[in-house]
Design a protein around this ligand. Structure first.
Ligand SMILES: [Zn+2]
Length: 113
């Protein structure tokens, strides 16, 4: 696992981004929750980088953890897919019309690809 910072190019500016992040990991039904350092994925040109300030735990998180979600769930799973944060970088392929600004606040819901 790496530490330190990487550089990413966003909107013709070089910015530093952390190479690690932290998450709450669901390893299996009713398994103890694990707070863990995780590698940061490489930011893609059509993405924004958000420093997450707060996330909630919704019913889908809870049921996936308990093992009674209606669909099979990927594991390990990082919980907390709805939250708020601050935009730290904007990829070059994100439309200027999106309204995102570095330093702006966003609310999000993450859906797996
Ligand atoms: Zn949810």
């Amino acid at each position: 696992m790496s530490t330190g910072t990487d550089t990413i190019e966003a909107r013709n500016e070089l910015r530093t981004a952390p190479t690690d992040q932290f998450g709450i990991i669901f390893n299996g039904p009713n398994a103890p929750l694990e707070y863990k350092k995780l590698p940061m994925p490489q930011m893609q040109p059509d993405e924004i980088l958000v420093k997450v300030l707060f996330t909630g735990v919704c019913h889908s998180d809870y049921h996936i953890w308990k093992g009674d979600w209606k669909k099979p769930a990927k594991r390990p799973l990082i919980g907390g897919h709805e939250g708020v944060g601050v935009v730290k970088a904007i990829g070059n392929k994100v439309s200027l019309l999106s309204g995102f600004q570095v330093g702006g606040h966003v609310a999000f819901e993450v859906l797996s690809k």
